[in-house]
Ligand binder design. Structure first.
Ligand code: RBV
Length: 440
């Protein structure tokens, strides 16, 4: 596929001239970055023991032989390990990124160099984003793999003709699962989907520890500020928000949580955080991160009362949590002061900093979650693809959960890889656990 590739110059609506490497089955930023990308993928592989075990097993079994998979998920070194594992199991792949700012161009180049059909580059616009998704549908996939549900939504709305040939799909993230459950409730979903996000080995690790570490990583790369002593406002104390709060707390920040759900807010207070409405938090916060999965969390009236120097970012899937249009309307000037850090100056001289244009700060300003945690999320993705290839046509058209034994198997392999052993129940303990008559 890479033979006959050439560098083209494309003029986008911005009028700026940009270069790409393109050829049969791919469009990436620059194939010349492939060696650099390959080293990143090698690095990720060395930290993803569950994936490497699955790769060895399924390369032998060829469990996805001839299965065409279209994927739409952040093009990172970890995703490359997933893609190459699917390929090793016999699948044909076509891939696009699921966010305009999350593609690691060197990784995309390495995948194209390895004859994988891929359409992804960092900094694309929305029109290009959907163009890339459409290209991955050209080969009429039998399975779809989503992060945020944009691909499956595109199939349902623009390519209905493909639905008949699709066995099923998977969804990686909370926001996507919400969208798909709403679709299923409306009777609009047309093929079975597995909610990878809802596996315990996904949400309890990726969403909490992955988001916690990578979001702080993104904030630090974009700002290099000291977190100790800062008021760190986390909007949304769900799995992702509580992970961010835990890590900011560990670095000496004073965490404030904002919530709409009483139990989540209560949990935040017992973890030692203050809870208050955003209208109050806006006045005292130094750093704000949104992790709600909802729109319009930080809006104009909040920017109006923020302190000089306030830093605002988002780690939710979509960029609608911070209303940047409101800030644009209030600001008198704006400049990019560092990579992924825009300074807005208000009429009264206050400066507010927005990271990564309000898009996922962990993937846009850093490298996304660490390989170690994506190992488990992507093991769930991989095994769900195998399950759908085998049983998709027999599954009901609904959003399905990951089987419990899959969760425990993945956790067991991971534990062994990090050198931990478990206890086992004795026969007497097994009996005790099912004996409801035993009491005081
Ligand atoms: N995510 N992927 C990465 N390094 O490839 N990092 C984060 C990576 C996924 C994560 O599983 C989350 O559910 C989703 O991105 C949000 O879009």
């Amino acid at each position: 596929m890479t033979s006959g590739s050439g560098r083209i110059t494309d003029t986008k609506e911005t009028g700026m001239s940009e270069t790409y490497s393109t050829g049969d089955g791919f469009k990436v930023r620059d194939l010349g970055m492939a060696d650099q990308g390959r080293m990143k993928i090698d690095w990720a592989e060395s930290r993803m023991p569950v994936m490497m075990k699955l790769r060895a097993e399924h390369a032998e079994l060829q469990s996805l032989k001839g299965v065409r998979i279209a994927g739409c998920l952040h093009v990172t070194k970890e995703t490359a390990v997933l893609i190459e594992t699917l390929k090793a199991a016999g699948a044909e792949i076509s891939w696009s990124g699921c966010n305009p700012l999350s593609t690691q161009d060197e990784v995309a180049a390495a995948l194209a160099e390895n004859d994988i059909s891929i359409y992804a580059w960092h900094g694309m616009n929305v029109e290009e984003f959907y163009w890339c998704i459409d290209r991955t549908l050209d080969f009429k996939p039998m399975l779809t793999l989503d992060d945020g549900a944009d691909l499956i939504f595109r199939v349902h709305n623009k390519h209905e003709g493909l639905i008949e040939g699709i066995l099923g799909g998977t969804e990686e993230t909370t926001t996507g699962v919400h969208r798909l459950r709403a679709m299923a409730d409306d009777g609009a979903l047309k093929y079975p989907v597995i909610a990878v996000n809802d596996a315990e080995t996904k949400w309890d690790f990726d969403n909490v520890f992955g988001t916690g570490q990578s979001s702080i990583d993104g904030i630090l790369r974009a700002t290099s500020v000291m977190l100790a002593g800062k008021s760190f406002v986390v909007a949304g104390y769900g799995h992702c928000g509580s992970g961010c709060a835990m890590r900011a707390d560990g670095l000496g920040a004073s965490v404030i949580a904002t919530e709409v759900k009483p139990t989540a807010a209560l949990k935040a207070t017992l973890n030692g955080h203050r809870v208050m409405p955003m209208d109050e938090a806006a006045k005292v916060g130094d750093i704000f991160i949104t992790a709600t999965g909802c729109a319009d969390v930080i809006v104009g009236r909040h920017f109006e009362v923020m302190k000089d120097g306030a830093i605002v970012c988002n780690t939710g899937h979509y960029d609608c949590e911070i209303k940047i249009d409101d800030l644009e309307a209030l600001a008198v000037s704006k400049r990019e002061i560092r990579d992924n850090c825009e300074e807005y100056t208000m009429a009264d001289g206050r400066r507010i900093y927005v990271l990564a244009q309000g898009r996922l700060v962990n993937l846009a300003a850093a490298e996304g979650h660490p390989s170690e945690v994506m190992d488990m999320s992507f093991a769930n993705q991989f095994l769900s693809m195998v399950r759908l290839a085998r049983e998709g046509k027999d599954l009901s058209i609904a959003v399905h959960d990951i089987p419990e034994d899959q969760d425990q198997d993945i956790a067991r392999i991971k534990l062994h890889a990090v050198g931990c052993d478990l206890d086992a129940l004795t026969p007497e303990q097994e009996v005790y656990l099912t004996d409801y008559a035993a009491g005081t």
